[in-house]
Design a protein around this ligand. Structure first.
Ligand code: SAM
Length: 211
């Protein structure tokens, strides 16, 4: 994602009713933040937030939290968020490395990873959101029957992810190298990157993993 500094974005995010500042203070108490016991699904690296906003519109019985590292990107999700009436969608600006400080064990029912940064250099492999180090973090916050769903058009990152699932002690529930021509596409909601790359002819890969 190309990052341009968006003036005032950090201040706007802190002031917004739709972003949670100091998310660590809500660890174990996210049901209180939403005011109900609906399951919590998160997207890590949500970018401009189209996918999670569409999910929140389609599934009022699920609470969604979008996580994004950069203010200049999250502000775009916030602009979209302000145009819709939803009580099941919040955002956090944070680095997902710290996700275990924000969610308690079993607090999250599902984790979405979409078009995550590839970090192509081997020495940066631990930063990939589908590395075994990240699966270990997800292991700490996901419900016992929780799942991780990952989509990308980046074949080397997808192949790496397919290897990391068993290395982390997880199970590969399903996968496809061509989502849009697969039965797994039923009910698929496109992300911004998915629309862009599939319109260029790139096949979209998807995997689902659990423990
Ligand atoms: N998921 C969106 C989509 O599919 O259109 C955006 C994809 S974009 C390539 C990846 C996003 O993940 C970027 O906005 C980036 O800032 C965010 N990201 C990458 N690593 C992250 C991390 N460790 N914690 C939080 N966000 C992260």
């Amino acid at each position: 994602m190309r990052l341009r500094n968006v003036k005032g974005s950090r201040e706007a995010i802190v002031a917004s009713e739709f972003t949670i500042n100091e998310p660590e203070s809500h660890k174990g108490n996210w049901t209180e933040v939403f005011g109900n016991n609906k399951p919590i699904h998160i997207e890590v690296g949500m970018g401009k937030g189209r996918f999670i906003t569409d999910l929140a519109k389609a599934n009022p019985d699920i609470n969604y939290i979008g996580i994004e590292k950069y203010s200049s990107v999250l502000i775009r999700a916030l602009e979209k968020r302000q145009e819709v009436e939803l009580d099941n969608l919040l955002f956090i600006r944070m680095d997902a490395e710290d996700i275990c400080d924000v969610f308690a064990p079993e607090e999250v029912a599902k984790i979405y990873l979409n078009f995550s940064d590839p970090w192509p250099k081997d020495r940066h492999a631990k930063r990939r959101l589908t590395s075994k180090e990240f699966f270990n973090r997800y292991n700490n916050i996901l419900k016992a029957d929780g799942v991780v769903e990952f989509k990308t058009d980046n074949r080397p990152l997808f192949d790496f992810s397919l290897e990391q699932v068993p290395e982390a002690g997880w199970n590969l529930v399903a996968h496809t190298f061509d989502l849009h021509n697969s039965p797994m596409n039923e009910g698929n909601i496109m992300t911004e990157y998915e629309e862009k790359f599939s319109s260029m002819g790139n096949p979209i890969h998807k995997l689902i993993a659990n423990r």
